[in-house]
Design a protein around this ligand. Structure first.
Ligand code: PLP
Length: 431
């Protein structure tokens, strides 16, 4: 198992952020999400540095869908990143955390009228407008409030990123954004002639997630810059901001070979400069929206091992006290993870097992081929890199309560989400 960020091994035991995993389990029980605050902040700082945010050139917006809590908003705010939200709930979280609303980008392919109202009322910096329906509603609300809202248009540039089918979003056949080739984008721009309460300041595209290959991003940059030029010539509109979305891949298992944040940022900036020079336009402000690459490697999940079922010559199932309710990715995307036993980090003997969750679903398998130490019931298993799209996708299937979440840093731990109890699981139900 790869050690990420501030993980270390002392006396056979795994420590994260200077805190022993066994101490965390004794205090908070399992299943437990543990986030390495130092690594989250380090990732944010790398983005700021290499994407030239510090020079006030570009912007980085953390994609909150990866993992968003009040405390996470606080970190993102302190690290001077913008925030991408996709729902009233995420927006509410940011608002409650005191996140500066002018630094919020509001995404979503079907924002409700209430959500749009909320965004306008709270004063979000940019709406990323996905369709005609939303455009009309924003104009209508802003007109009544005598307000001008700055927006980007989200487009589907037709790029097929090399990633899992389920999370491809840049292709033409997508529920997101205005299609380029059928003229939808131009129709939307032409609508703006009569819409006086909307100001178009940029374009947005997102080509997928968990992408290792830089080429699709290069194509994306080219398409976007060509559009900036075309829209200036055709409509005399200066698009000052180009948002290239998120999607940078991370390490989950040995099969993954991600680009560093530095390499990724430098490649994007360089390509934008080259392309703009070639077509004779000024380089717009660039925006990127990383989610996974900020929070995934910073998060881990601790589970207690319960039943161990050995089916001779077939496989050994090791069941833990969580599963698809706290991490749906293996069932949803066949996502791979690494694991280890936190109290036996240096054991010699390694067994091949299948790590199963506790849900009443055969598909509730966290890791199909895991190498673990000589385990026993009661041992604590860790799955690493669960910090993105894990807790944020957690459910109460089988009425299993959501786990607690702690942040660790410099030998300290802090509870940032309480464990749900049974009463809270049923507290919306009426009889
Ligand atoms: N921006 C948009 C519009 C997205 O849909 C997503 C994820 O799906 C992201 C950013 C973040 O992507 P990632 O977490 O892969 O960086």
């Amino acid at each position: 198992m790869k050690l990420h960020g501030n993980m270390s091994i002392r006396n056979n035991t795994l420590y994260i952020g200077g805190v022993s995993c066994t101490e965390l389990v004794n205090k908070y029980s399992t299943p437990l999400y543990v986030f390495d605050e130092g690594l989250i902040r380090e990732n944010c700082r790398k983005y700021n540095k290499y994407f030239k945010v510090e020079e006030n050139k570009n912007k980085v917006a953390y994609a909150g869908k990866a993992f968003l809590t009040l405390y996470m908003c606080k970190i993102i705010k302190e690290e001077n990143l913008c925030l991408d939200v996709v729902s009233g709930g995420e927006l509410y979280t940011a608002h409650k955390a005191g996140f500066p609303m002018e630094n919020v980008l509001f995404h979503g392919n079907n924002k409700t009228i209430d959500e749009i109202n909320m965004g306008i009322e709270l004063g979000v910096g940019r709406f990323v407008v996905d369709n005609f329906y939303e455009l009309d509603i924003i104009e209508d609300i802003c007109k009544k409030r005598n307000k001008v809202q700055e927006i980007y248009f989200r487009i589907t540039p037709g790029i097929e990123a090399h990633t899992h089918d389920y999370i491809k979003t840049g292709q033409i056949d997508s529920k997101f954004g205005f299609v380029l080739i059928n003229g939808d984008l131009y129709e939307a721009i032409e609508k703006l002639y009569k819409y006086k309460n909307i100001k178009l300041v940029g374009l947005h595209a997102h080509i997928g997630s968990q992408i290792f290959d830089i080429e699709p991003y290069m194509d994306e940059v080219d398409i976007m810059m060509d559009l900036v030029k075309e829209i200036k010539i055709k409509y005399n509109i200066d698009l000052k901001e180009i948002d290239l979305g998120g999607g940078i891949g991370v390490y989950y298992t040995k099969e993954d070979n991600p680009k560093s944040i530095q390499d990724f940022c430098e490649a994007i900036i360089k390509r934008a400069e080259q392309k703009c020079k070639k077509i004779g336009i000024k380089v717009p402000k660039l925006i990127i929206e990383p989610g996974r690459s900020i929070s995934a490697n910073a998060g881990s999940t601790l589970y207690t091992i319960g039943s161990i079922k050995d089916i001779k010559d077939v496989r050994t199932y090791v069941s833990v006290d969580g599963g698809m309710t706290d991490n749906i990715r293996p069932s949803l995307y066949k996502a791979g993870y690494e694991c280890s036993v936190v109290n036996k980090m240096k054991y010699e003997k390694v067994n091949k097992v299948t790590v199963a969750g506790k849900c009443c679903e055969s598909g509730d398998i966290l890791i199909t081929h895991a190498n673990v130490m000589d385990i026993e019931s009661g041992d604590i298993l860790i799955t690493t890199s669960t910090g993105a799209y894990g807790y944020s996708m957690a459910s109460n299937y089988n009425k299993i309560p959501k786990p607690a979440v702690v942040m660790v840093s410099n030998g300290n731990h802090r509870l940032i989400c309480k464990r749900q109890n049974y009463e809270e699981v049923i507290n919306l139900e009426l009889i």
